[in-house]
Design a protein around this ligand. Structure first.
Ligand code: HEC
Ligand code: HEC
Length: 245
């Protein structure tokens, strides 16, 4: 990550942490005085205020190329990620802090809130990428590479890349920087999912060139008319995934 990005990220993180601190003390005050506004303050909208600076008002993401869109992903998937950040199985310091002490039912409600959102998508990426790279990316995403044991991404992430309930996220609307970073995190063991961790198996079979290719191709895809995740289909899945149980 470039230095500029880092400092920008840090100041955004700081601002949202301050907002959370303000919210927390306001909440304590409301509780102490048992005033009527307590209920209003503890609305879900208030809870997610600490999230919107980075993920957008409805979870659509922001212009920052690393902050992911979370809107419309299956609630089960979002919940698993929040638990993973809380329990240290995914690492991103501002996220780890924000959810550090939040109980399961609270995280479940936040997950359900963002899963229901259907904000518009940002314009797909248009940066110049050579056609050989894009062809390789399309092949991996839609056909796979049987020699390497890499199944097509669409078999699990859906024909429209909108994901599958309950545990597989849509990939449409994500930026190439974010997708490549996640695949790399799985390759290095920094990101882990429930066993059997199918994404670890897949990511470790991809080369650096493959990671660039598939992330570039995915980030250029336009969203389908209905961005809702597909319903669960264990039969179609080429590998077992702990997150789909
Ligand atoms: C400082 C910016 C920032 C704030 C504030 C923030 N997030 Fe995040 N969030 C991120 C980044 C960056 C990632 C990706 C981290 C990674 O894996 O590298 C992320 C990842 C996530 C993911 C997983 C996304 C996916 O597709 O796997 C979820 C869910 C999430 N955040 C929800 C929340 C919620 C809920 C809040 C508020 C309680 C919140 N975030 C606050 C920056 C932020
Ligand atoms: C066998 C099913 C399966 C296949 C095939 C598959 N995935 Fe996944 N993928 C998953 C599951 C399950 C998760 C969620 C894991 C978790 O709970 O964190 C996931 C998550 C991801 C994420 C994280 C998204 C985010 O929002 O953070 C990325 C990126 C990803 N997959 C890329 C790919 C790519 C690229 C391919 C094709 C080369 C692919 N996947 C093929 C099952 C699959």
């Amino acid at each position: 990550m470039k230095n500029v990005d880092r400092s920008k990220l840090f100041s955004v993180a700081l601002r949202s942490l301050t907002a959370v601190a303000a919210m927390t003390s306001a909440l304590a005050l409301a509780q102490n005085e048992a005033i009527a506004s307590f209920k209003v303050l503890d609305s879900l909208e208030a809870r997610v205020q600490g999230c919107v600076t980075c993920h957008g008002q409805s979870g659509q993401g922001t212009s920052n190329v690393y902050f992911p869109r979370i809107a419309g992903k299956p609630a089960g998937y979002l919940y698993n990620q929040l638990v993973a950040f809380r329990d240290g199985k995914r690492h991103y310091t501002p996220m780890n802090y924000l959810v550090a002490y939040l109980p399961d039912p609270y995280l479940r409600e936040i997950a359900e809130h963002f899963a229901k959102q259907r904000p518009p998508f940002a314009t797909p990426e248009q940066t110049a990428v050579d056609s050989q790279t894009l062809d390789r990316g399309q092949l991996l995403a839609t056909v796979g590479d049987s020699q390497k044991g890499v199944p097509a991404c669409v078999t699990c992430h859906g024909a429209g890349l909108t994901g599958m309930n309950p545990g597989i996220p849509g990939l449409v609307g994500l930026r190439s920087t974010y997708i490549a970073a996640q695949l790399t995190r799985w390759r290095t063991g920094d990101r882990r999912a429930a066993e059997p961790d199918c994404m670890k198996r897949i990511a470790t079979r991809l080369s650096d060139v493959d990671v660039t290719a598939v992330s570039s191709w995915l980030a250029r895809q336009a969203p389908p008319a209905d961005p809702s995740p597909e319903s669960s289909n264990l039969v179609r899945m080429p590998l077992a995934c702990g997150s789909q149980r």
